[in-house]
Design a protein around this ligand. Sequence first.
Ligand SMILES: [Mg+2]
Length: 259
Amino acid sequence: MKLKIDADLFLFDLDGTIYLGDKPIEGSIETLKKLTAMGKKVCFLTNNSSKDKREYLKKISSMGYPVDLWQIVTSTMATIQWLHTRKPGKSVYPIGTPTFIEELKDSAIPISEDADIVLLAFDTTINYEKLWKANILLEKGRDFIATHPDTVCPSDIGDMPDVGAFMALFECACGRAPGVICGKPYSPMAEIIGKLFDIPKERIVMIGDRLYTDILFGINNGYQSTLVLSGETTVEMFNASGVKPTYVLNSVKDMFEEE
Ligand SMILES: [Mg+2]
């Protein structure tokens, strides 16, 4: 079996790339095992800021790939790193799940009702009070940042409105958009990769099913990129997009070819 992609660090998106809902995509777990056996570094990169790393560790491990915590990178981690380096000591008003807020607290990010920064995450526990409080702060001119730009998150029973959809709500309510977005395809996510792995950019490949996050993340940050057609993007969408990944494959299984 020959590996088609010449890289040392393989950054994988999860939903639509490794699994669909609770089912692994055919051949994905075997591919991860083969890469690891070859001595390649395998890492999972998710924009979903509603869950923490341990939940992903459980899910991926239960599918048969024994994963370590260091292999999982979330937009929450990129956001925390960005806050510590660019806005040290500044307080945030988070729109996020209890898990997200725990992660902020564990990382010593100050939280306040009258915060310097409104921080929008993927909040599956969102309510009117949070939207209203955030809107008041935004009208006062406080900074506005978001964990990631995805408009929807796929689920078995239908798409879930994600951070991008809430960004549109605030754009409508107060005319404000985030000044910084931390997850794929933006640079704070690449900064956390740079901090965690001492590997040259050209030896890194981003593999994912979403053009405007995964593939642009690779292109914008100097990595190789691989579009897989096992999730959101169809051949028609890809042809119409004008986006040019380094590789296009039906699924991660096709990373290896018979010799
Ligand atoms: Mg995906």
